[in-house]
Ligand binder design. Structure first.
Ligand code: HEC
Ligand code: HEC
Ligand code: HEC
Ligand code: HEC
Length: 243
Protein backbone atom coordinates (compact mmCIF):
# COMPACT_ATOMS: atom_id res chain seq x y z
CA UNK A 1 0.00 0.00 0.00
CA UNK A 2 2.79 2.44 0.84
CA UNK A 3 4.04 1.96 -2.73
CA UNK A 4 0.65 2.65 -4.26
CA UNK A 5 0.18 5.84 -2.28
CA UNK A 6 3.62 6.90 -3.45
CA UNK A 7 2.64 6.31 -7.08
CA UNK A 8 -0.49 8.37 -6.75
CA UNK A 9 1.50 11.20 -5.20
CA UNK A 10 4.07 11.25 -7.98
CA UNK A 11 1.28 11.24 -10.60
CA UNK A 12 -0.22 14.30 -8.99
CA UNK A 13 3.13 16.07 -8.90
CA UNK A 14 3.70 15.31 -12.59
CA UNK A 15 0.23 16.45 -13.58
CA UNK A 16 0.88 19.80 -11.96
CA UNK A 17 4.12 20.16 -13.87
CA UNK A 18 3.05 19.01 -17.31
CA UNK A 19 -0.53 20.25 -17.27
CA UNK A 20 -2.88 19.37 -20.16
CA UNK A 21 -1.15 16.37 -21.70
CA UNK A 22 -0.90 14.46 -18.42
CA UNK A 23 -4.44 15.40 -17.42
CA UNK A 24 -5.61 13.86 -20.71
CA UNK A 25 -3.71 10.66 -19.90
CA UNK A 26 -5.21 10.56 -16.43
CA UNK A 27 -8.66 11.08 -17.93
CA UNK A 28 -8.12 8.19 -20.35
CA UNK A 29 -6.85 5.94 -17.57
CA UNK A 30 -9.89 6.80 -15.47
CA UNK A 31 -12.19 6.02 -18.40
CA UNK A 32 -10.41 2.66 -18.85
CA UNK A 33 -10.75 1.89 -15.14
CA UNK A 34 -14.50 2.56 -15.37
CA UNK A 35 -14.77 0.27 -18.39
CA UNK A 36 -12.88 -2.50 -16.60
CA UNK A 37 -15.09 -2.21 -13.54
CA UNK A 38 -17.97 -4.09 -15.22
CA UNK A 39 -20.08 -6.13 -12.77
CA UNK A 40 -18.53 -9.52 -11.98
CA UNK A 41 -21.78 -11.29 -13.01
CA UNK A 42 -21.24 -10.42 -16.66
CA UNK A 43 -18.32 -12.82 -16.76
CA UNK A 44 -19.73 -15.92 -15.09
CA UNK A 45 -21.03 -17.42 -18.34
CA UNK A 46 -17.46 -17.79 -19.61
CA UNK A 47 -16.08 -19.40 -16.47
CA UNK A 48 -15.86 -22.94 -15.13
CA UNK A 49 -18.79 -22.03 -12.89
CA UNK A 50 -21.16 -22.04 -15.85
CA UNK A 51 -22.41 -25.60 -15.58
CA UNK A 52 -25.04 -25.09 -18.27
CA UNK A 53 -24.71 -26.29 -21.82
CA UNK A 54 -23.59 -22.78 -22.79
CA UNK A 55 -20.35 -23.31 -20.85
CA UNK A 56 -16.99 -23.97 -22.47
CA UNK A 57 -15.54 -26.40 -19.95
CA UNK A 58 -15.77 -30.13 -19.29
CA UNK A 59 -18.10 -30.14 -16.30
CA UNK A 60 -21.44 -29.03 -17.68
CA UNK A 61 -24.92 -30.38 -18.20
CA UNK A 62 -26.31 -31.02 -21.65
CA UNK A 63 -29.96 -30.57 -20.61
CA UNK A 64 -29.70 -27.04 -19.19
CA UNK A 65 -29.40 -24.88 -22.28
CA UNK A 66 -30.21 -21.39 -21.00
CA UNK A 67 -29.68 -20.81 -17.29
CA UNK A 68 -26.41 -20.15 -15.49
CA UNK A 69 -27.33 -19.17 -11.92
CA UNK A 70 -29.62 -22.13 -11.23
CA UNK A 71 -26.79 -24.46 -10.19
CA UNK A 72 -26.28 -22.22 -7.18
CA UNK A 73 -29.27 -19.88 -6.75
CA UNK A 74 -33.04 -20.05 -7.08
CA UNK A 75 -35.53 -17.18 -6.90
CA UNK A 76 -37.86 -19.03 -4.50
CA UNK A 77 -37.86 -21.93 -2.05
CA UNK A 78 -34.12 -22.10 -1.48
CA UNK A 79 -32.32 -24.56 0.80
CA UNK A 80 -30.67 -21.62 2.62
CA UNK A 81 -32.27 -18.17 2.62
CA UNK A 82 -28.99 -16.32 2.05
CA UNK A 83 -27.93 -16.17 -0.74
CA UNK A 84 -31.20 -17.84 -1.94
CA UNK A 85 -29.15 -21.02 -2.23
CA UNK A 86 -30.42 -23.78 -4.53
CA UNK A 87 -28.05 -26.57 -3.53
CA UNK A 88 -28.41 -29.42 -1.10
CA UNK A 89 -25.27 -28.91 0.94
CA UNK A 90 -23.17 -31.82 2.23
CA UNK A 91 -23.85 -33.02 5.77
CA UNK A 92 -21.55 -31.86 8.60
CA UNK A 93 -18.43 -33.57 9.87
CA UNK A 94 -15.81 -31.37 8.21
CA UNK A 95 -12.30 -31.81 9.55
CA UNK A 96 -10.92 -28.32 10.12
CA UNK A 97 -7.37 -26.85 10.18
CA UNK A 98 -6.75 -27.41 13.86
CA UNK A 99 -3.39 -29.18 14.17
CA UNK A 100 -1.25 -26.00 14.06
CA UNK A 101 0.89 -25.19 17.13
CA UNK A 102 1.26 -21.55 16.00
CA UNK A 103 -2.31 -20.64 15.17
CA UNK A 104 -3.82 -17.90 17.34
CA UNK A 105 -7.43 -18.97 17.07
CA UNK A 106 -8.31 -22.53 16.11
CA UNK A 107 -10.81 -22.81 13.29
CA UNK A 108 -14.28 -23.12 14.76
CA UNK A 109 -15.44 -26.73 15.02
CA UNK A 110 -17.67 -27.72 12.11
CA UNK A 111 -19.01 -25.52 9.31
CA UNK A 112 -22.46 -24.07 10.04
CA UNK A 113 -25.34 -24.90 7.69
CA UNK A 114 -25.28 -21.33 6.35
CA UNK A 115 -21.49 -21.14 6.03
CA UNK A 116 -20.24 -19.77 2.70
CA UNK A 117 -17.47 -22.36 2.77
CA UNK A 118 -20.00 -25.17 3.00
CA UNK A 119 -21.68 -23.71 -0.11
CA UNK A 120 -18.42 -24.10 -2.06
CA UNK A 121 -17.88 -27.58 -0.71
CA UNK A 122 -21.29 -28.61 -2.04
CA UNK A 123 -19.38 -28.98 -5.33
CA UNK A 124 -15.76 -29.11 -4.18
CA UNK A 125 -15.94 -31.88 -1.56
CA UNK A 126 -15.27 -34.47 -4.24
CA UNK A 127 -18.46 -36.45 -3.63
CA UNK A 128 -21.57 -34.28 -3.94
CA UNK A 129 -23.09 -34.26 -7.42
CA UNK A 130 -22.82 -30.94 -9.22
CA UNK A 131 -26.53 -31.04 -10.04
CA UNK A 132 -27.67 -31.87 -6.51
CA UNK A 133 -29.95 -28.83 -6.52
CA UNK A 134 -33.41 -28.34 -5.00
CA UNK A 135 -35.12 -26.74 -8.00
CA UNK A 136 -34.02 -28.29 -11.26
CA UNK A 137 -34.63 -26.66 -14.61
CA UNK A 138 -35.67 -30.00 -16.10
CA UNK A 139 -35.99 -33.62 -15.06
CA UNK A 140 -33.40 -34.71 -17.63
CA UNK A 141 -30.74 -32.93 -15.57
CA UNK A 142 -30.31 -36.12 -13.56
CA UNK A 143 -29.24 -38.12 -16.61
CA UNK A 144 -26.51 -35.69 -17.61
CA UNK A 145 -22.90 -36.69 -18.02
CA UNK A 146 -20.09 -34.97 -16.13
CA UNK A 147 -22.08 -34.34 -12.99
CA UNK A 148 -19.44 -35.90 -10.79
CA UNK A 149 -15.76 -35.15 -10.76
CA UNK A 150 -13.22 -37.85 -9.97
CA UNK A 151 -11.95 -37.92 -6.38
CA UNK A 152 -8.46 -37.18 -7.72
CA UNK A 153 -9.48 -33.90 -9.44
CA UNK A 154 -7.29 -30.88 -8.63
CA UNK A 155 -10.42 -28.90 -7.83
CA UNK A 156 -11.50 -31.43 -5.22
CA UNK A 157 -10.67 -29.50 -2.04
CA UNK A 158 -12.54 -31.57 0.53
CA UNK A 159 -10.76 -34.85 -0.22
CA UNK A 160 -13.76 -37.19 -0.28
CA UNK A 161 -16.42 -38.63 1.98
CA UNK A 162 -15.26 -37.15 5.28
CA UNK A 163 -14.58 -33.64 3.95
CA UNK A 164 -11.02 -32.90 4.98
CA UNK A 165 -9.95 -29.25 5.31
CA UNK A 166 -6.89 -29.95 7.48
CA UNK A 167 -4.56 -29.26 4.55
CA UNK A 168 -6.28 -26.12 3.24
CA UNK A 169 -5.90 -22.47 4.25
CA UNK A 170 -7.99 -22.13 7.43
CA UNK A 171 -11.61 -21.04 6.98
CA UNK A 172 -14.37 -20.42 9.52
CA UNK A 173 -11.90 -18.19 11.38
CA UNK A 174 -12.90 -15.07 13.28
CA UNK A 175 -10.54 -12.48 11.79
CA UNK A 176 -11.31 -9.83 14.43
CA UNK A 177 -10.05 -12.06 17.25
CA UNK A 178 -6.93 -13.12 15.31
CA UNK A 179 -6.10 -9.55 14.31
CA UNK A 180 -6.48 -8.22 17.85
CA UNK A 181 -4.11 -10.87 19.23
CA UNK A 182 -1.52 -11.14 16.45
CA UNK A 183 0.48 -8.09 15.24
CA UNK A 184 1.14 -9.69 11.85
CA UNK A 185 -2.36 -9.01 10.50
CA UNK A 186 -3.81 -5.87 8.91
CA UNK A 187 -6.79 -4.10 10.40
CA UNK A 188 -10.03 -5.63 9.05
CA UNK A 189 -10.96 -2.31 7.39
CA UNK A 190 -7.60 -2.17 5.58
CA UNK A 191 -7.95 -5.76 4.34
CA UNK A 192 -11.48 -5.00 3.12
CA UNK A 193 -10.38 -1.83 1.37
CA UNK A 194 -7.75 -3.86 -0.47
CA UNK A 195 -10.06 -6.39 -2.05
CA UNK A 196 -10.82 -9.35 0.22
CA UNK A 197 -14.19 -9.97 1.87
CA UNK A 198 -15.29 -11.17 5.27
CA UNK A 199 -18.55 -12.90 6.11
CA UNK A 200 -20.93 -12.99 9.01
CA UNK A 201 -21.25 -16.35 10.65
CA UNK A 202 -24.23 -17.64 12.55
CA UNK A 203 -21.61 -18.88 15.03
CA UNK A 204 -20.39 -15.36 15.83
CA UNK A 205 -22.91 -12.70 14.88
CA UNK A 206 -21.48 -9.51 13.41
CA UNK A 207 -17.93 -10.79 13.24
CA UNK A 208 -15.59 -10.82 10.24
CA UNK A 209 -15.07 -14.46 9.29
CA UNK A 210 -12.52 -15.74 6.78
CA UNK A 211 -14.25 -18.15 4.38
CA UNK A 212 -13.52 -19.56 0.91
CA UNK A 213 -15.17 -16.52 -0.64
CA UNK A 214 -12.85 -14.15 1.27
CA UNK A 215 -10.18 -14.94 -1.32
CA UNK A 216 -12.38 -16.24 -4.19
CA UNK A 217 -15.32 -14.68 -6.02
CA UNK A 218 -17.44 -17.56 -7.34
CA UNK A 219 -18.76 -15.24 -10.07
CA UNK A 220 -15.30 -14.78 -11.53
CA UNK A 221 -13.56 -11.54 -10.62
CA UNK A 222 -11.37 -11.48 -13.70
CA UNK A 223 -8.40 -13.07 -11.99
CA UNK A 224 -7.38 -16.67 -12.48
CA UNK A 225 -8.77 -19.32 -10.17
CA UNK A 226 -11.71 -17.03 -9.33
CA UNK A 227 -9.45 -14.99 -7.05
CA UNK A 228 -10.81 -11.69 -5.79
CA UNK A 229 -7.50 -10.06 -6.68
CA UNK A 230 -4.29 -11.11 -8.36
CA UNK A 231 -1.88 -13.02 -6.17
CA UNK A 232 1.17 -11.78 -8.08
CA UNK A 233 4.00 -11.19 -5.60
CA UNK A 234 1.65 -12.80 -3.05
CA UNK A 235 -0.38 -9.59 -2.96
CA UNK A 236 -3.54 -11.50 -2.02
CA UNK A 237 -1.79 -13.07 0.98
CA UNK A 238 -0.34 -9.71 2.03
CA UNK A 239 -3.80 -8.15 2.09
CA UNK A 240 -4.33 -9.83 5.46
CA UNK A 241 -0.88 -11.02 6.57
CA UNK A 242 1.93 -8.50 7.12
CA UNK A 243 4.74 -11.06 7.17
C1 HEC B 1 -21.01 -21.72 -8.67
C2 HEC B 1 -22.00 -21.16 -7.81
C3 HEC B 1 -22.62 -19.85 -8.15
C4 HEC B 1 -23.19 -19.46 -9.34
C5 HEC B 1 -23.28 -20.27 -10.63
C6 HEC B 1 -23.73 -18.15 -9.10
N1 HEC B 1 -23.49 -17.75 -7.82
FE1 HEC B 1 -24.07 -16.02 -6.96
N2 HEC B 1 -23.21 -16.57 -5.19
C7 HEC B 1 -22.56 -17.77 -4.98
C8 HEC B 1 -22.06 -17.80 -3.62
C9 HEC B 1 -21.28 -18.94 -2.97
C10 HEC B 1 -22.43 -16.58 -3.02
C11 HEC B 1 -22.11 -16.10 -1.60
C12 HEC B 1 -20.67 -15.65 -1.52
C13 HEC B 1 -20.40 -14.32 -2.12
O1 HEC B 1 -21.21 -13.40 -1.95
O2 HEC B 1 -19.35 -14.17 -2.77
C14 HEC B 1 -23.16 -15.83 -4.03
C15 HEC B 1 -23.71 -14.57 -3.84
C16 HEC B 1 -24.46 -13.90 -4.78
C17 HEC B 1 -25.08 -12.61 -4.56
C18 HEC B 1 -25.07 -11.80 -3.27
C19 HEC B 1 -23.74 -11.33 -2.83
C20 HEC B 1 -22.90 -10.59 -3.82
O3 HEC B 1 -21.73 -10.97 -3.96
O4 HEC B 1 -23.39 -9.65 -4.48
C21 HEC B 1 -25.71 -12.27 -5.72
C22 HEC B 1 -26.49 -11.01 -5.98
C23 HEC B 1 -25.49 -13.36 -6.66
N3 HEC B 1 -24.73 -14.32 -6.07
C24 HEC B 1 -26.01 -13.39 -7.95
C25 HEC B 1 -25.76 -14.39 -8.89
C26 HEC B 1 -26.30 -14.40 -10.26
C27 HEC B 1 -27.20 -13.33 -10.83
C28 HEC B 1 -25.83 -15.53 -10.85
C29 HEC B 1 -26.03 -16.00 -12.29
C30 HEC B 1 -25.67 -15.05 -13.32
C31 HEC B 1 -25.03 -16.23 -9.86
N4 HEC B 1 -25.00 -15.50 -8.70
C32 HEC B 1 -24.42 -17.43 -10.07
C33 HEC B 1 -22.40 -18.78 -5.88
C34 HEC B 1 -22.81 -18.76 -7.21
C1 HEC C 1 -22.35 -25.71 -8.60
C2 HEC C 1 -21.09 -26.32 -8.26
C3 HEC C 1 -19.99 -25.40 -7.75
C4 HEC C 1 -20.03 -24.55 -6.67
C5 HEC C 1 -21.16 -24.29 -5.71
C6 HEC C 1 -18.71 -23.97 -6.58
N1 HEC C 1 -17.91 -24.46 -7.57
FE1 HEC C 1 -15.99 -23.96 -7.97
N2 HEC C 1 -15.96 -25.19 -9.58
C7 HEC C 1 -16.99 -26.02 -9.98
C8 HEC C 1 -16.59 -26.78 -11.15
C9 HEC C 1 -17.43 -27.82 -11.87
C10 HEC C 1 -15.28 -26.36 -11.47
C11 HEC C 1 -14.40 -26.88 -12.61
C12 HEC C 1 -13.79 -28.16 -12.14
C13 HEC C 1 -12.68 -28.67 -12.98
O1 HEC C 1 -12.49 -28.20 -14.09
O2 HEC C 1 -11.96 -29.57 -12.47
C14 HEC C 1 -14.91 -25.36 -10.46
C15 HEC C 1 -13.70 -24.73 -10.41
C16 HEC C 1 -13.29 -23.89 -9.38
C17 HEC C 1 -11.98 -23.31 -9.27
C18 HEC C 1 -10.81 -23.49 -10.26
C19 HEC C 1 -10.95 -22.51 -11.39
C20 HEC C 1 -9.87 -22.63 -12.44
O3 HEC C 1 -9.78 -21.70 -13.26
O4 HEC C 1 -9.13 -23.62 -12.46
C21 HEC C 1 -11.97 -22.57 -8.12
C22 HEC C 1 -10.83 -21.74 -7.59
C23 HEC C 1 -13.28 -22.68 -7.52
N3 HEC C 1 -14.07 -23.48 -8.32
C24 HEC C 1 -13.63 -22.11 -6.30
C25 HEC C 1 -14.91 -22.14 -5.77
C26 HEC C 1 -15.31 -21.44 -4.56
C27 HEC C 1 -14.38 -20.66 -3.67
C28 HEC C 1 -16.63 -21.67 -4.37
C29 HEC C 1 -17.52 -21.09 -3.31
C30 HEC C 1 -17.50 -19.63 -3.12
C31 HEC C 1 -17.07 -22.54 -5.45
N4 HEC C 1 -16.00 -22.79 -6.28
C32 HEC C 1 -18.36 -23.04 -5.61
C33 HEC C 1 -18.22 -26.12 -9.38
C34 HEC C 1 -18.65 -25.35 -8.31
C1 HEC D 1 -6.64 -17.34 2.07
C2 HEC D 1 -7.08 -17.38 0.72
C3 HEC D 1 -7.85 -18.60 0.26
C4 HEC D 1 -8.88 -19.23 0.92
C5 HEC D 1 -9.49 -18.90 2.25
C6 HEC D 1 -9.29 -20.31 0.04
N1 HEC D 1 -8.54 -20.32 -1.11
FE1 HEC D 1 -8.78 -21.52 -2.74
N2 HEC D 1 -7.11 -20.76 -3.58
C7 HEC D 1 -6.43 -19.65 -3.12
C8 HEC D 1 -5.37 -19.33 -4.05
C9 HEC D 1 -4.37 -18.19 -3.91
C10 HEC D 1 -5.45 -20.29 -5.10
C11 HEC D 1 -4.59 -20.38 -6.37
C12 HEC D 1 -3.44 -21.31 -6.17
C13 HEC D 1 -2.60 -21.38 -7.43
O1 HEC D 1 -3.06 -20.97 -8.50
O2 HEC D 1 -1.48 -21.84 -7.31
C14 HEC D 1 -6.56 -21.17 -4.77
C15 HEC D 1 -6.96 -22.27 -5.55
C16 HEC D 1 -8.17 -22.95 -5.37
C17 HEC D 1 -8.69 -23.98 -6.25
C18 HEC D 1 -8.00 -24.51 -7.51
C19 HEC D 1 -7.04 -25.59 -7.10
C20 HEC D 1 -6.09 -25.99 -8.18
O3 HEC D 1 -5.17 -26.77 -7.87
O4 HEC D 1 -6.19 -25.53 -9.31
C21 HEC D 1 -9.89 -24.37 -5.74
C22 HEC D 1 -10.83 -25.42 -6.32
C23 HEC D 1 -10.12 -23.62 -4.52
N3 HEC D 1 -9.05 -22.76 -4.33
C24 HEC D 1 -11.23 -23.74 -3.73
C25 HEC D 1 -11.31 -23.23 -2.43
C26 HEC D 1 -12.34 -23.61 -1.47
C27 HEC D 1 -13.46 -24.58 -1.71
C28 HEC D 1 -12.05 -22.92 -0.32
C29 HEC D 1 -12.74 -23.03 1.03
C30 HEC D 1 -12.77 -24.37 1.64
C31 HEC D 1 -10.88 -22.09 -0.58
N4 HEC D 1 -10.47 -22.30 -1.86
C32 HEC D 1 -10.32 -21.21 0.34
C33 HEC D 1 -6.68 -18.95 -1.96
C34 HEC D 1 -7.64 -19.28 -1.01
C1 HEC E 1 -8.76 -12.77 4.25
C2 HEC E 1 -7.56 -12.75 5.06
C3 HEC E 1 -6.45 -13.70 4.72
C4 HEC E 1 -5.85 -13.89 3.50
C5 HEC E 1 -6.15 -13.17 2.19
C6 HEC E 1 -4.84 -14.89 3.70
N1 HEC E 1 -4.83 -15.30 5.00
FE1 HEC E 1 -3.63 -16.74 5.77
N2 HEC E 1 -4.67 -16.67 7.53
C7 HEC E 1 -5.64 -15.75 7.82
C8 HEC E 1 -6.12 -15.99 9.17
C9 HEC E 1 -7.18 -15.17 9.91
C10 HEC E 1 -5.41 -17.11 9.65
C11 HEC E 1 -5.52 -17.79 11.04
C12 HEC E 1 -4.27 -17.35 11.77
C13 HEC E 1 -4.18 -17.52 13.25
O1 HEC E 1 -5.16 -17.75 13.97
O2 HEC E 1 -3.04 -17.39 13.71
C14 HEC E 1 -4.50 -17.50 8.59
C15 HEC E 1 -3.61 -18.57 8.67
C16 HEC E 1 -2.62 -18.83 7.77
C17 HEC E 1 -1.57 -19.81 7.93
C18 HEC E 1 -1.44 -20.79 9.11
C19 HEC E 1 -0.75 -20.15 10.27
C20 HEC E 1 -0.52 -21.10 11.42
O3 HEC E 1 -0.06 -20.61 12.46
O4 HEC E 1 -0.78 -22.31 11.35
C21 HEC E 1 -0.74 -19.72 6.86
C22 HEC E 1 0.54 -20.50 6.62
C23 HEC E 1 -1.31 -18.72 5.98
N3 HEC E 1 -2.44 -18.19 6.58
C24 HEC E 1 -0.81 -18.36 4.75
C25 HEC E 1 -1.48 -17.59 3.81
C26 HEC E 1 -1.11 -17.49 2.42
C27 HEC E 1 0.07 -18.18 1.77
C28 HEC E 1 -2.02 -16.67 1.84
C29 HEC E 1 -2.14 -16.30 0.37
C30 HEC E 1 -2.35 -17.43 -0.56
C31 HEC E 1 -2.96 -16.24 2.88
N4 HEC E 1 -2.60 -16.83 4.05
C32 HEC E 1 -4.01 -15.37 2.69
C33 HEC E 1 -6.12 -14.75 7.00
C34 HEC E 1 -5.80 -14.61 5.66
Amino acid sequence: MEMQTGLFKSNLVKSKKKGGETMKKIFMLTALAVLLAVPAMAAIKNTRHNLGNTGDYTYRTTSETTQVCIFCHTPHNPTQNVPIWNRNNPAGGFKMYTGSPTITVAAKGDLAADSISRFCLSCHDGVTSLINVRNKASETMTTDKYVNRGAGSRTNIGGGALADLTNDHPVNINYDIVQAADPYFRLPADALANGVRFFKSSKGAGANFVECASCHDPHGAGHKRFLRKSNDSSSLCLTCHTK
